[in-house]
Design a protein around this ligand. Sequence first.
Ligand code: UDP
Length: 330
Amino acid sequence: MSILILGGAGYIGSHTVRQLVLAGEETVVADNLITGHKQAISSGAKFYEGDIRDTVFLDEIFTKEKIDTVVHFAASSLVSESVSNPLKYYDNNLGGAISLVKAMAKHDIHSIVFSSTAATYGEPERIPILESDRTEPTNPYGETKLAMEKLFKWADKAYGMRYVSLRYFNAAGADESGDIGEDHNPESHLIPLILQVPNGKRKSISIFGTDYPTKDGTCIRDYIHVTDLADAHLKAVKYLRDGGASDIFNLGTGNGFSVRETIDIARQVTGREIAAIDEARRAGDPAVLVASGAKAKEILGWTPQRAALSEIIESAWKWHSTHPNGYEDE
Ligand code: UDP
C-alpha cells in the first residue's frame, strides 16, 4: 500500500517525503506547485500535479494508486495574508479538506495525518501549552486549521476516518544533505530572514517588538527541526496503521528562545556580524509560544533528536548558504 502526500513539494512536506522514501515506503505526492517546488520532491516518489479542491484530480489518484494513508500538508500558511484575505484561507484550507474528506469517504480510505499549528491556540493560557488548552485563534490561518481539525473529528464519527492532527510550533532547519530546505516567497519566517543578512540579501534583520513581558523584551518561540517534524509524521502513520485512535499532538522541543537569542546563535553559527534593528511589534504575535511535547512522546514515542537551536540553524545555513535564491539555484 502507498502513502499519499498532499503538498509534498512544500517545505515540511518535501522533508517528510524524503524520510518516507528513505524508509522504503511507496510514496505518492500530489501538489499544485503554487508554493511548492518540483525539485524538492525526492526522486523515489511518484508525482501528480494538481489541486486537492479538484475532485476529478483526487478521484484519479485514488483510482490509480492503492493508498492506505493520506498525509495532508497542502494548505496556505501565511498569517498576515490570512488576515487580509480570509476567503483564500477558508477556500484553500477548509475547502481543500472538505474535498479531501469526500474523496476519502468515496474511496474507503480511513487514515489521515495532517498539519495543524500552534496558531490554533491563539494567546496561550499557560506555558508550556498542552493539547487540552483553550483554542482561540487570533487569525484566519489558525481558525481554518482548527476548523479542519473539527471537520476530521466529525468525519471520524460519521465515516470511521481516523486522524492524527500535528500542531507544529516553529518549523526550522533543513535536511542534513543540504539538498532541500526552506524556500518561501515572500519569506516571513525569522530564521531564513536572519540568514539573508550573511547571505548578502538584506542589510539587517528587524526585531518586531522589544517590549514584550519576556527576559529580553522580544518574543519567545519553540523552534523545531523540520527533520524531527518529518519523523513525527512517520510515527503518526505507523500509529494509525497499528489501529491508534484519532488524536491531536503538539510538536515542539519544549525549549523557548527569544528573537535576540536566535539572532545571537545565528551570529555564532555563521561567524558573521548580523545587524539587527529594533522595530515595533508585529500585529497578532503572542509573547511566548512553547509546546509541551509530553503527549507526543508518550503516545507516538516521538522525541526531537535535533533540539539544539545551534544545530537547527546550522542545518538551515547549510541550505541557504548554498542556495541563496532557493530552488532557483538548482
Ligand atoms: N520576527 C522578527 N523579525 C522578522 C520575522 C519574525 O522579529 O523579520 C519575530 C516574530 O515577531 C515572532 C518570531 O520572530 O516573534 C517568529 O516569527 P515567525 O514569523 O518565524 O514565526 P511565527 O511564530 O509567527 O509562526
